[in-house]
Design a protein around this ligand. Structure first.
Ligand code: SF4
Length: 234
């Protein structure tokens, strides 16, 4: 992806580009990558606001683009219900879940291990089973302290490119896009949540850091589950 790689953005573009310019840029990134990777380009849909925006953008590029959802036994019931609706609307979304037996309170005693087993491992399954060479995410550089250094196009694993097409979008621009296209979102947002994860590890936050409500009270607070930081492909 040499042509796209050169577009890795300077941070000032977050404030400089208009909403419309960002949308066009995101569509172009997906379109170029889809042209290069075809069916090996797959969207990782976490069912959060950013993911559903990216999913919508991808479907504008091509209705044939596939996606996967990684879910866990600990997702809130609203998220599980929303997932069922999304799968009904988009049967091409495949669901991955690790049902292995783990200690009941692993999210308390070792949240990194819990995320590794319940989130990272099934993401690896999806990447392998769906023959993914380019996965597309809803990661944004203004979400929180751990997300400032990502690029629009990255390659952390051999033979696996990661595309972050809405990297430059602000939180309000995501909502602007979803409102503009009347995209359905998880009902938990109406209750004040801003970043959604598993039920025991997600709180409502009013912090500037959008992800500050994740893993509250642990060393992982406002951090990452691991899918963006750990190897995904052998
Ligand atoms: S978010 Fe919490 S419950 Fe979910 S996998 Fe990670 S530690 Fe476990």
């Amino acid at each position: 992806m040499n042509a796209v790689k050169e577009k890795n953005p300077p941070a000032y573009l977050v404030d400089k580009l208009t909403f419309n310019e960002k949308v066009e840029r995101s569509l172009a990134l997906i379109e170029n990558a889809y042209h290069e990777f075809g069916d090996a380009l797959v969207v990782a849909n976490s069912l959060g606001k950013d993911s559903v925006a990216v999913w919508h953008l991808a479907k504008r590029v091509s209705p044939a683009i596939r996606g996967f959802i990684v879910t866990t036994r600990f997702k809130p019931k609203e998220t599980k219900e929303f997932m069922k609706e999304q799968i009904r609307a988009y049967p091409e979304l495949r669901v991955y879940q690790n049902d292995d037996k783990i200690p009941e309170d692993l999210y308390n005693t070792d949240p990194d291990r819990c995320c590794e087993l319940l989130k990272v491992k099934p993401t690896r399954w999806a990447i392998e089973e769906m023959n993914v060479s380019c996965w597309v995410t809803g990661l944004r550089c203004t979400e929180g302290r751990t997300r400032t250094d990502y690029k629009e196009v990255e390659q952390r694993d051999l033979e696996l490119v990661k595309l972050n097409p809405i990297l430059l979008w602000k939180e309000r621009e995501v909502w602007q896009y979803l409102a503009l296209y009347n995209v359905e979102v998880n009902p938990l947002y109406a209750r004040g949540y801003r970043s959604l994860g598993c039920e025991p590890c997600t709180r409502i936050t009013t912090d500037d850091n959008e992800r500050a409500g994740r893993w509250v009270g642990t060393s992982k607070c406002g951090g990452e589950c691991g899918i963006h930081t750990r190897p995904l492909k052998a």
